[in-house]
Ligand binder design. Structure first.
Ligand code: UDP
Ligand code: MN
Length: 288
């Protein structure tokens, strides 16, 4: 048995001792590992990794953030997903739910999720052809991501249990720009939290306190509410631009919204949009 595969096993056990949330069931194991640290002859890098695990153990007290990301194929997809997955790697206790707008799950997304090492669920839900975005046709804009977000809601409701699983749900589009401070704010959500979103609706920022509309990136909902209100879904019938507010009205009133990000004075997320690149040629034999 070589040293590196032994080390993999140690890491698994060590991780268990760190993330196990029950009464410290694995305390004996943990003490044994600590005691024999020397004999295990770990490299400096391996010791650093263990330290990292140890210092993160308080994270288990944080609520899980379910980050819901619809995504579809275009030339910039891998770039967008690389950016967002590496943002999420800086966030403790996140569960990434990626829903591909496709007939089948693709290797591109599958491999990217694997490589990210994030706790993730990979789903797919294709937007029906009549709802698909027609290039340059603004009338179809409002239908983006509906099917995929509903698929994530269904997954949460099927796989998690009310009063048992705890967390917060955030709709995290693949093309926005996120400050990791946002995730600390999301962790504070009791029912529905709101905050400003930069670069949206023709403004430098939109704040839920002053404006009647809320961007998809500007709120998060406690998992309890998502699990309790089964009827709450996104629909094509919702008014253009009012999809978010209509969805929120299933859970709360405007007065009850919890203003976060320093009472809605800070911008921690931007509704950025990536320019469509002009691609005239394909480089063969290159993984892009
Ligand atoms: N999206 C999708 N299928 C589409 C178009 C968009 O799954 O046909 C996803 C996209 O990847 C993003 C979200 O839906 O995560 C919102 O889309 P987009 O960013 O294009 O919308 P906008 O920024 O204009 O609101
Ligand atoms: Mn977008």
């Amino acid at each position: 048995m070589d040293r590196s595969s032994n080390f993999d096993k140690i890491i698994v056990i060590w991780k268990l001792t760190v993330i196990e949330t029950g009464v410290d069931k694995l305390q004996v194991l943990k003490e044994a590992l600590d005691l024999h640290k020397e004999k295990l002859q770990l490299s400096r890098q391996q010791l650093l990794l263990l330290e990292h695990l140890e210092s993160n153990k308080d994270n288990r007290k944080l609520p899980i953030i379910y980050a819901v990301t619809p995504t579809y194929w275009r030339y910039v997809q891998k770039a967008e997903l690389t950016r967002i997955s590496q943002t999420l790697q800086l966030v403790p206790n996140v569960h990434w739910i990626v829903i591909e707008d496709s007939e089948e799950k693709t290797d591109l997304v599958r491999n990217l999720i694997l490589e990210s090492k994030l706790i993730a669920t990979h789903l797919n839900a294709k937007t029906p052809p009549f709802e698909q975005i027609k290039d340059k046709d603004p009338r179809w804009k409002r239908h983006r991501g509906v099917e995929q977000r509903n698929m994530a809601l269904a997954w949460l409701r099927e796989n998690l249990q009310l009063n048992k699983d705890k967390g917060v749900v955030y709709f995290m589009d693949d093309d926005n720009t996120y400050n990791i401070k946002l995730f600390t704010e999301i962790g504070k959500v009791k029912k529905v939290g709101v905050w400003p979103v930069g670069l949206v609706g023709g403004l430098n920022a939109e704040t839920p306190i002053l404006d009647s509309t809320t961007d998809m990136a500007g709120f998060a909902i406690n998992l309890d509410l998502i699990l309790a209100k089964h009827e709450a879904v996104f629909s094509y019938a919702m008014e253009k631009g009012l999809q978010e507010s209509e969805f929120l009205s299933y859970f709360t009133t405007k007065e009850e919204l919890e203003p976060l990000a320093d009472n809605c004075t800070k911008v921690y997320v931007w509704h950025t949009r990536t320019e469509k690149p002009v691609v005239n040629g394909i480089v063969q034999g290159l993984e892009v």
